[in-house]
Ligand binder design. Structure first.
Ligand code: PLI
Length: 473
């Protein structure tokens, strides 16, 4: 019998394969501890993957934040660090990169995204104000609340449905926004908070058409429009792929056009911008900048370093340029999709369409027998770790926290476990191992029982909460 020629993945799928636009120069060994040791580690961590030691983790998909691999150019950039307290040349390089690719006039470095969120919230939110946004993000909403504001989710309904296949599930629902403006008055809305892609919805993108309509609406009411630019380069990829008229435009052009519709942005540079630490805040308005430039010296550091070292600002300036490369973004999102396609083929319930930075397992459909108050997504993160040492993160009821007015759990419709893919770090073989572990957890789904929360910190509880298993398996 003739030997059968093995087919590549591309041939099996009826298309040509693609490969990452880089090769590996340095490696970091991984190890996997025994199942017994994983059980002990999980118990010690209170069934919270944030409390595991990374030495006990095999493939780490906790987050794409600060976990990317820097390029050789970025590492070389570290050697060009100018560690002057004031006026470091690396700051001016960073400022130029933000101005070029994001287009804002005034730029401040911060130690990471939440440092920037803190400053913008303190500068423009007054007690009693209302901030509409396209779904909450944990740290963003907390800083808005700590400044005295109330967050309102005005994202399209489709965003809350993991099976809705709409191409732009990150869009704002403009009718919901108009109703809120009518209810509370434009003067009580310091800004509209727009994020692309939308993390808690599954990395879902915002369309250019929606951003344009939002600009028109906010201008009509005299309301500012600020952008959480954390994953906007990835958002630009979806516009290029799905929105009429953008197929021939570059990621850099689309990113710039989108940002030009907004009044300013905050950034966790630990994601799109390919650095392990850092952030920035940028606005066009002179008066707001004046206030922010003063506040940054109180909470972060002088306005030319804002919590970052010179070498880190240099790596960030280079990372910004690399992050808008079309080849880079295509491979980055392609890898996330590869994992999504495997799981979809095996009928594992995930948020569809697959978004930019992660696969989100739909824990409500994964564990229909576990009520939301028994933390199904947290349970799934624990089960996955036990199965293979793969670390994921809960994005459901634990992450949503409590309603500040009633003290009750907020119970989001989306109860998700996130497999977040770091940029330029893992290979296709790692994705295969992850998919097989998810499949094993899915096959054993009937044995899972849920968790009880036994320790709950006051702020952002998901980071440090502790859990105990409910009942025996
Ligand atoms: O983690 P920071 O402080 O650099 O950034 C906060 C932050 C702001 N906006 C968005 C959309 C985020 O995703 C974000 C941080 N996200 C984390 C840590 C994550 O694991 O998704």
């Amino acid at each position: 019998m003739p030997h059968e020629i093995p087919q590549t993945m591309g041939q099996q799928l009826g298309r040509r394969s693609w490969a990452e636009p880089w090769k590996i120069k340095m490696v970091e060994p991984l190890r996997v501890i025994s199942r017994e040791a994983r059980g002990r580690a999980l118990e010690e961590a209170g069934y919270n993957t944030f409390l595991l030691r990374s030495d006990d983790v095999y493939i780490d998909l906790l987050t794409d934040s600060g976990t990317s691999a820097m390029s050789d150019r970025q590492w070389a950039g570290l050697m060009l660090g100018d560690e002057s307290y004031a006026g470091s040349r690396n700051f001016y390089h960073l400022e130029e990169a933000v101005r070029t690719y994001y287009g804002y006039r005034h730029v401040l470095p911060t130690h990471q995204g939440r440092g920037a969120e803190h400053l913008i919230s303190q500068a423009v939110i007054k007690p009693g104000d209302h901030i509409p946004g396209n779904m909450y993000f944990t740290t963003t909403r907390l800083h808005q609340e700590l400044a005295g504001g109330t967050f309102h989710d005005v994202i399209v309904d489709a965003a809350h449905d993991p099976q809705d296949l709409s191409p732009f599930k990150g869009d704002m629902d403009l009718a919901k926004l108009e109703r809120l403006i009518e209810e509370v008055g434009a003067e009580r809305i310091p800004y509209v908070s727009l994020a692309g892609t939308v993390n808690m919805a599954g990395g879902q993108p915002v369309s250019m058409a929606n951003a344009r309509a939002l600009r028109e609406l906010t201008t009509r009411h005299g309301i500012r429009l600020f952008l959480d630019a954390t994953r906007m380069a990835e958002n630009a990829f979806f516009i290029q792929e799905r929105e009429p008229g953008y197929a021939d435009r570059t990621i850099a052009e689309i990113l710039r056009e989108f940002c030009d519709l907004t009044d300013g942005a905050w950034m966790s540079a630990k994601k799109d911008n390919l650095v392990n630490i850092g952030g920035w805040l940028a606005v066009n308005d002179d008066a707001i900048f004046e206030e922010l430039r003063n506040l940054v010296v109180v909470y972060e550091g002088l306005h030319t370093y804002g919590g970052m070292s010179g070498r880190d600002m240099e790596a960030l300036a280079i990372g910004i340029e690399e992050s808008v490369s079309d080849d880079h973004i295509r491979a980055r999102i392609g890898q996330v999709r590869y994992l999504g396609e495997l799981l979809t083929d095996w009928d594992v319930p995930i948020v569809q369409p697959v978004g930019g930075h992660a696969i989100f397992l739909d824990a409500k459909r994964f564990y229909p027998h576990i009520p939301q108050d028994a933390f199904p997504a947290q349970t799934l993160a624990a089960e996955l770790y036990l199965d293979s040492g793969v670390r994921s993160m809960e994005r459901g009821i634990a992450s949503a926290g409590r309603d500040p007015s009633t003290g009750d759990h907020m119970r989001p419709r989306l109860e998700l476990t996130r497999l977040t893919i770091p940029r330029r770090v893992y290979t296709q073989a790692h994705m295969d191992v992850v998919a097989e572990s998810v499949k094993a957890a899915y096959d054993a789904r009937h044995r899972a029982r849920g968790l009880a929360m036994v320790y709950e910190p006051k702020y952002l509880r998901f980071f440090q909460a502790r859990f105990e298993p409910l009942g025996a398996a």
